[in-house]
Design a protein around this ligand. Structure first.
Ligand code: PMP
Length: 451
């Protein structure tokens, strides 16, 4: 029994008319029609924000600022002062890296994990191996292992954190395994290190990559007590080029900005010898932002609630109650968990197919088929109208750690608009692929035999 009226939800999207089986949602989700129409409705009144006295500029500024309030309430952040917008998760994580860059001391370390997307590993690798060495500072990048089932090895993580661990960077949900590390435990381990931060706290900072967490779970940044959390709207129905960084207010207040320039300075307070920063959150909004993208993306959150519950939050800017957000995400998670369980049951019947990740997972499953290139699997699925993704999904470390050659798997991932029929079509398409040898690892050299 579905917890969602999926047919009603699908009627808000244009893709079903094409016949596509959209099962690559961990990469990007589909835009509901209302968001595209909203862009058109905003156009006649478009003006820059914080840069004009016209009614149009005041109106656009009000909508833009309200968008920050919606994003803050979605995460249960104390206020818009904790929100910065960037292009995507990757840029938001880089913003943290550049903001903290100067405060690393010789001998510090950063701890991350083998399960990370490259956007939460490569910046830390670059910081430690490329950038800080040029300033003569040695900072180590430590990497926690995952267990055989793809869940984070918390014992190993604990063993890597010490009193010189300034920052722990951890995924909220792996885009390869679907595993969700216990962030309460990760927080406790980061605290136990006791690193003396310049802000006076004695614990490691915790950055969570929420790219797969925020679209699949109601996230409460205060309950999780994370210092930083990043996510992308293009995985949450809004492909308009917006990513979010939540950070605790005292950190945004204290941290250096990632970008410098217009609007991030206090009005009139620039002289040849001094510059004063603007109030939060605008201190972290240098240059003209993605104005319409931010407005429409925040409205995507409100529309998501309306698609799931009988509410009318879209196109308005009133408060978004916590209970509505939690109920929405609980129902979405229940529906997509049922689809994923159905998919896993189907995959278990397929000869030579090896799924990765633990039983408890976000709505995705990555797998290989013995002796068949994951790229050939994805092409075979595509020939039957089923969309998937083959590759390492930017979880390159994990693919190498598993010894996959090539470092690749094929992934199916589900969203609120997927049906059980979508899953059946994907599984039926996979059944037509003949494994080369039941227990061999994929080699990438073989081609699939399609019945
Ligand atoms: N982290 C995870 C877990 C992801 O799944 C992704 C997107 N695949 C990213 C980070 C990067 O997101 P973006 O490309 O929007 O920066």
């Amino acid at each position: 029994m579905s917890t969602l009226d999926v047919e009603r939800i699908r009627s808000h999207f244009d893709f079903p008319a094409t016949g596509r089986v959209v099962t690559n949602n961990a990469a990007s989700t589909q835009p509901p029609r209302e968001l595209i129409e909203l862009l058109g409705r905003l156009a006649p009144w478009y003006e820059n924000v914080h840069r004009g006295q016209s009614a149009a500029s005041r109106r656009t500024t009000a909508l833009f600022e309200s968008a920050y309030d919606t994003i803050a309430s979605w995460l249960n952040a104390p206020s818009r002062r904790c929100i910065a917008t960037y292009r995507n998760t990757t840029e938001a994580i880089n913003a943290v890296m550049y903001s903290l860059l100067t405060s690393f001391r010789d001998g510090d370390n950063v701890v991350t994990t083998m399960m990370e997307h490259n956007s939460n590993y490569v910046p830390w690798h670059a910081l430690c191996r490329e950038i800080l060495p040029r300033f003569g500072r040695r900072v180590e990048c430590r990497i926690a292992r995952f267990r055989a089932d793809g869940s984070l090895d918390l014992d190993h993580l604990a063993s890597l954190i010490d009193q010189r661990t300034k920052l722990v960077c951890c995924t909220g949900a792996s885009n390869f395994f679907g595993a969700k590390p216990d962030l309460a435990v990760v927080r406790r381990l980061a605290d136990a290190g006791g690193y003396p931060q310049p802000t006076g706290e004695h614990r490691a900072l915790l950055l969570v990559d929420g790219a797969q967490l925020v679209p699949t779970t109601a996230v409460d940044v205060q309950a999780l007590d994370v210092d930083y959390l990043a996510f992308s709207f293009h995985k949450m129905l809004a492909p308009f080029g917006v990513g979010v960084l939540y950070a605790k207010e005292h950190l945004l207040d204290h941290d250096l900005p990632f970008l410098y320039g217009g609007d991030m300075i206090a009005e009139g307070r620039v002289t040849p010898t001094s510059v004063a920063w603007n109030d939060l959150p605008w201190k972290h909004a240098a240059g003209t932002p993605n104005i319409l993208g931010v407005i429409v993306s925040a409205q995507a959150l409100r529309l998501l609630v309306d698609l799931v519950l009988p509410t009318a939050f879209f196109s308005s800017w009133g408060p978004l109650p916590r209970v509505a957000i939690e109920e929405t995400m609980t129902r979405v998670a229940r529906h997509t968990a049922a689809l994923t369980a159905h998919c896993m049951a189907g995959l278990r019947e397929i000869n030579g197919l090896r799924p990765y990740g633990p039983e408890q997972r976000t709505p995705l499953v990555a797998f290989t088929i013995a002796g068949v290139s994951p790229f050939a699997v994805a092409q075979a699925l595509d020939r039957q109208g089923v969309e998937s993704r083959a590759g390492c999904h930017c979880a390159t470390l994990a693919h190498h750690a598993l010894g996959l050659d090539p470092p690749a798997s094929c992934r199916l991932s589900f969203a609120l608009y997927n049906t059980f029929d979508d899953v059946d079509r994907a599984v039926a398409a996979l059944r037509t692929i003949q494994p080369a040898a039941t227990d061999a690892l994929p080699t990438g050299r073989s081609t699939p035999a399609v019945r």
